[in-house]
Design a protein around this ligand. Structure first.
Ligand code: DGJ
Length: 722
């Protein structure tokens, strides 16, 4: 039984064989946090909660000798004595904040909380959800704190559900998915930050008295900050040490924060961004927050990543995608039937498996200023439409995919002319465009219905196998003329729910369609989008050296199976760097492989190299995509090394990215850490014990040219060692 509840002490131990999450129902009144970490089977109540009155705390009472000012409440608000950042702010009819809600019971189910949100998936054999019921007697609000545990994962899923059982509407101004108290402040914070073409940079900082906060006001999750934060001990490395990580399964505005209080206690929170969120909770209605994933690891960042990766394979639609050639970097808007026909032939001759027609295939789209929203094939560029091309690709055993940016519209489209009210906008204010485009109001069903019909028709009538779902601007003027003034604060939230609804229905109408998530690269790679899409275009930066760093950053959270990396031309269009073709091919092999090159311009040698790597990729595809992924270099190391192992550890791939060459001819040993000590391995025709490779490792000689990489295949040596 993964939930043990001792009614006498009020202690609840939610656990599996790896972790315990311990809560105490204090005085039958408030759930307080006692512990999160390695499984403790027989936790007995510690006397470590401050009792009695103390300076600047709200008074205690005879029947409850604790002051909520200094209690590690599981979920707290301000207004009646907890002075930390609030996890919830809910107003009654008088515009007064509700007090700290009181415990009124618990239930245990084998289900996840319901809702129209992306969720962790699990059947009843492996999932247990503890629900703590809290309530406010005056307004009749019921609040459920949901804690889900899986049989084999070192993580808890947390969320909050509100049920307004009263007669008046309440206003939710803040509602986090998770609050977690930690009993000291000896932590480093770890976050992933960036910008367009520079996504997912790991950042560590010392936490200190006060509040450290990250958020998105952009209507989408990133790429400035990832909806994720970890707290680790100062000595934590990739391999050892304690890390607590939390990430939100959500693709819109979020906030995470760390607060260190006057007693050097730390409070971690993650959830909906409160400034851009407010919600009228009408009588007899419910509200469900997104889920937060909370991981615990005692073996460093790699173990944290393994937990996120394992969780992610439960939620994501994992299937190997065909090796793609995408038209964007070689043709930009200048696409045509004849170019695509040639591309199909060339791609087939190189054993590529899919042709993707990127931006520019539809009417009036010859530049970024062009039209978006109508999704009609440009008959000047494709006089016969797309279907004959798709059929030709299929005949040559290639799949065919298309780029689309469904959430957008431009004023020069027929769609906007017919439905000017379908965009997000403020009444009586000039429209704000970005990349010359406006955002469709996905909070409205009529808009979503139109999009679903249009996209489904596009996919079915053209027999498309794949869609690259792009988005190239953030939200502004998030309002509409539909909702009353009191509900305008809900539109950011409805937008994301609308997006999920649309993706969900598209999945149902086109079940075999591969969807690639793209926000001008990895600008909306989060656990929400990862639940609806098969893979993600990691960045618009295709330079292999910098993209390795971006992939390294995203690997803290996501498995490489969803990374889409393409071989592009040099010098690179974004950063003008030239990297060796081998390095570009090797990086593209880790994840979903693809190309952006002009195949017409390849030399015979280049074609040979490409064909060879494609063959290698196909032979090792399962491991490249689904092997367990480990980082072998530390957060601040200049170079990057990865190890990908099969689950039985009999095969592995080692990847190393060198930076600049050096006149110092230093040979470095790179321990591999994650092989099996007692297996003998064959590496480059030599035999090594796993123990030696784990402890001493492979020798890395200096590179001969800038930005080289190496890719080494490691297999079990089946011959007895001599
Ligand atoms: C941004 C994407 O990241 C690119 O790969 C490309 O599809 C362009 N949009 C097209 O406009």
């Amino acid at each position: 039984m993964p939930v043990e509840f001792n009614r006498d002490t009020g202690i609840i131990n939610l656990h599996n064989e790896k972790i315990s999450y311990i809560i105490q129902i204090l005085g039958n009144r408030y759930p307080v946090h006692r512990y999160f970490g390695k499984y403790i089977p027989n936790y007995s109540n510690l006397d470590d909660l401050p009792k009695g009155n103390h300076a600047f705390a709200v008074d205690t009472t005879e029947d409850f000798p604790f002051s909520i000012t200094s209690l590690p409440l599981e979920y707290s608000t301000i207004g009646d004595g907890d002075y930390h950042q609030p996890a919830y702010l809910i107003k009654d009819e008088q515009n007064h904040w509700l007090p700290t809600l009181k415990y009124c019971g618990l239930s245990i189910t084998d289900k996840l909380p319901h809702g129209n949100l992306p969720q962790s998936i699990g059947d009843s054999s492996e999932v247990t959800t503890l629900v703590l019921h809290l309530a406010d007697d005056v307004t009749k609000l019921q609040m459920d704190l949901n804690y889900t545990i899986f049989e084999n994962l070192s993580l808890i899923i947390r969320s909050t559900t509100l049920h307004n059982l009263g007669k008046s509407a309440l206003t939710i101004d803040a509602l986090d998915s998770l609050q977690l108290n930690l009993s000291d402040d000896n932590f480093i914070s770890f976050t992933l930050n960036g910008t367009h073409a520079h996504e997912a940079n790991p950042m560590t900082s010392q936490i200190d008295s006060g509040i450290q906060l990250q958020h998105s006001f952009r209507g989408t999750s990133g790429p400035q900050h990832q909806p994720f934060i970890a707290l680790s001990r100062p000595e934590t490395s990739q391999f050892n040490g304690e890390v607590i990580g939390t990430a939100l399964i959500w693709s819109g505005n979020f906030e995470d924060s760390i607060e260190v209080d006057q007693y050097q206690k730390t409070r971690l929170k993650i959830g909906l961004e409160p400034t851009t969120f407010s919600w009228q909770l009408k009588p007899q209605t419910d509200f469900q927050t997104p889920e937060a994933i909370l991981t615990w690891s005692n073996h460093g960042y790699n173990e944290m990543s393994q937990i996120f990766h394992q969780f992610s394979t439960q939620t994501k639609l994992s299937k190997p995608s065909p090796i793609a050639i995408n038209t964007w970097e070689s043709m930009f808007f200048n696409v045509s039937d004849s170019k695509l026909s040639k591309l199909i032939n060339k791609a087939a001759s190189l054993d590529i498996e899919m042709v993707v027609l990127d931006d520019g295939w539809f009417t009036n789209r010859n530049s970024e200023q062009g039209q978006l929203g109508d999704w009609q094939v440009d008959s000047n560029k494709f006089p016969n439409g797309l279907l004959p091309l798709v059929e030709r690709a299929h005949q040559r055993k290639l799949k065919f995919g298309l780029w689309i940016e469904p959430e957008m519209v431009t004023t020069n489209s027929n769609l906007f002319q017919e439905h000017p009210d379908w965009v997000l906008k403020y009444a009586n204010r000039p429209l704000v465009t970005a990349r010359h485009q406006l955002v469709l109001d996905l909070s409205r069903e009529v808009v979503r219905e139109h999009l679903l019909k249009t996209i489904t028709n596009l996919v079915k009538s053209n027999q498309l196998d794949y869609l690259k779902w792009d988005m190239n601007r953030h939200l502004t003027q998030v309002g509409n003329t539909q909702l009353p003034a009191t509900e305008q604060g809900e539109i950011y939230h409805h937008y994301v729910l609308g997006l999920y609804d649309l993706l969900n229905k598209l999945r149902q109408s086109c079940p075999n369609l591969i969807i690639e998530n793209c926000f001008a690269g990895g600008g909306r790679l989060d656990f929400g989008m990862a639940s609806y899409t098969n893979q993600t275009w990691l960045s618009d930066l295709t330079d292999s050296y910098d993209r390795t760093k971006i992939a390294n950053g995203f690997s803290y959270l996501f498995p490489q199976a969803i990374f889409s990396n393409h071989v592009s031309a040099v010098p690179n269009g974004q950063n003008h760097r030239s990297t060796p073709l081998e390095s570009r091919l090797q990086l593209a092999s880790i994840g979903q492989m693809g190309f952006e090159l002009d195949l017409e311009k390849l030399s015979v040698e280049q074609k040979d190299s490409i064909k060879k790597q494609i063959e290698t990729y196909k032979n090792w595809r399962k491991l490249f995509l689904y092997g367990s992924f480990y980082r072998l270099t530390e957060i601040n190391d200049l170079n990057i090394a990865w190890l990908i192992t099969s689950s039985d550890k009999k095969t592995a791939i080692f990847f190393y990215s060198y930076g600049l060459t050096s006149s110092v001819r230093k040979i470095q040993n790179m321990p591999l850490h994650y092989l099996k000590d007692n297996i003998n391995y064959s590496v480059n025709n030599r035999i090594y014990s796993g123990l030696q490779l784990n402890q001493i490792g492979l020798a890395i000689s200096p590179s001969k040219q800038d930005f080289e990489t190496s890719l080494i295949f490691i297999t079990e040596n089946s011959h007895p060692s001599n």
